[in-house]
Structure formats: structure tokens, C-alpha cells
Design a protein around this ligand. Structure first.
Ligand code: DX5
Ligand code: ZN
Length: 219
């Protein structure tokens, strides 16, 4: 059970300081948006490259960008430990996953809420993690979509069928009110932006969320 705080809702002018506030995190979730794949713009490659010099916590980059085939490997080259691209934005997801793994990073594929997992059932072994969005990507602070829960369950079954350890990450609206439902359905990596950075004690919230996920998990 891993908790990966999203910096989207942190103070972007003090990223190093914000990351230092959550030392119990398993990874830091770094949201990259290009104002094309999603209607919002954040930060990109030079910023993550700078941030890496300030923290030892692994970086889990989530690319909400077009041209994933061109850009994703560059994030692996600067040392991001996990690189997630959206399957809706990739021209050749298998080739890209293999390229990322060859560069020494964990390869991960993200699906928007309305994108089914079934068309990708035969290629999930190419990945170290599958990210199932539990809000429409683009903004922090949205409400968790319960309609994604059946897809989390089906994805857990597919992963079990591979016999491999493929993580299932959920992203969007994760809080003390929703994390148990997502964990019970089969998720094991949880992004939390607002819940962590709006908490009085962000690091305590990371540990509280992890405890809730562990107690709800039955897989
Ligand atoms: C949304 C981003 C998320 C976002 C999560 O498109 O991918 O990572 O920051 O924020 P919360 O936890 O507030 O929904
Ligand atoms: Zn994200």
C-alpha cells in the first residue's frame, strides 16, 4: 500500500519545501499538463529535473500530455523512478513501455475514467503499474468517481491472471472518505493531492491514509 502525494495542490513556488513536508511518502506524484491533452498547464521537464536534486523520495511522474511517445523517455532520462503516460495519448504504447523499462524506470499506463481496460488486457504485462483515473484528469480537488470502482475490480482480476506484481494506482478525489473503497476494489497505490496538502499535518495524513488502505485491503 503506497501513498503518493500530488504536488498539484502544493505551493508550486516552493516545491522542495513542500516535498520535505511529506517524508513518509512512498513516491511524490508529479502532474505534468500541456493544455492540449487536458485543459490545464502545470510544470515540466526542467522543474522535475531540479526537484530531483532536492529529494531522495522517488518521483512518480504523471504525464497528461499529447506526444507521450516523444516526451515520456525524457522523464526517464532525468531519473524519474516511475513514468506514467496516458494510453489515449500514446501512438505505440508497447514500444514506449519497453523504451521506458530499458531506460531503467518503471513503465506505467494511465486510463481516463471512460477508457475501458479490456482492450489492453493482453498488454498489461508490459507495465509495472496501471493508473486508473478516478476523476477526469486536469484539476485537483474534484470528487472521486464511484463509477470507476468496477474497473478497478476488473483490473485487479486481470493483474492476478498475469501472476506478475503490477501495481494499480488510483488518482483523483482520494481522501479518508474514499480510500477504503478504492483499496477494497483492488488499488494499491494512491495519489492524494488536496487531502494531503490541505491537511493540518500533511505527513500525518500520508500515514493515516496508508493505515486506512491497509485495513480495507482484502487482496
Ligand atoms: C488530476 C491529477 C491528480 C490531482 C489529484 O488530473 O492527475 O494527481 O492532483 O488531486 P486530488 O487528490 O485533489 O483529487
Ligand atoms: Zn495525477
Amino acid at each position: 500500500m503506497k501513498i503518493t502525494p500530488s504536488i498539484l495542490n502544493a505551493d508550486l513556488a516552493d516545491l522542495a519545501g513542500e516535498v520535505a513536508r511529506v517524508p513518509s511518502s512512498d513516491m511524490i506524484h508529479f502532474d505534468v499538463m500541456d493544455n492540449h491533452f487536458v485543459p490545464n498547464l502545470t510544470v515540466g521537464l526542467p522543474v522535475v529535473e531540479s526537484l530531483k536534486k532536492h529529494t531522495k523520495i522517488p518521483i512518480d511522474v504523471h504525464l497528461m500530455i499529447e506526444n507521450a511517445d516523444t516526451w515520456a523517455p525524457k522523464y526517464a532520462e532525468v531519473g524519474c523512478e516511475s513514468v506514467t503516460f496516458h494510453v489515449e495519448a500514446a501512438k505505440a504504447p508497447i514500444r514506449l513501455a519497453r523504451e521506458l523499462r530499458k531506460l531503467g524506470t518503471r513503465a506505467s499506463m494511465a486510463l481516463k475514467p471512460a477508457t475501458p481496460i479490456e482492450p489492453y488486457a493482453d498488454i498489461i504485462s508490459e507495465f509495472d503499474m496501471l493508473l486508473l483515473m478516478t476523476v477526469e484528469p486536469g484539476f485537483g480537488g474534484q470528487s472521486f468517481l464511484d463509477s470507476v470502482l468496477p474497473k478497478i475490480r476488473r483490473t485487479r482480476e486481470l493483474v492476478q491472471g498475469t501472476g506478475q506484481e503490477i501495481w494499480i494506482q488510483v488518482d483523483g478525489g482520494i481522501s479518508v472518505d474514499t480510500i477504503e473503497r478504492a483499496a477494497e476494489a483492488g488499488a494499491d497505490v494512491f495519489v492524494a493531492g488536496t487531502a494531503v496538502y490541505r491537511a493540518e499535518n500533511p505527513d500525518q495524513m500520508v500515514n493515516d491514509l496508508r493505515d486506512l488502505a491497509i485495513s480495507a485491503c482484502n487482496h
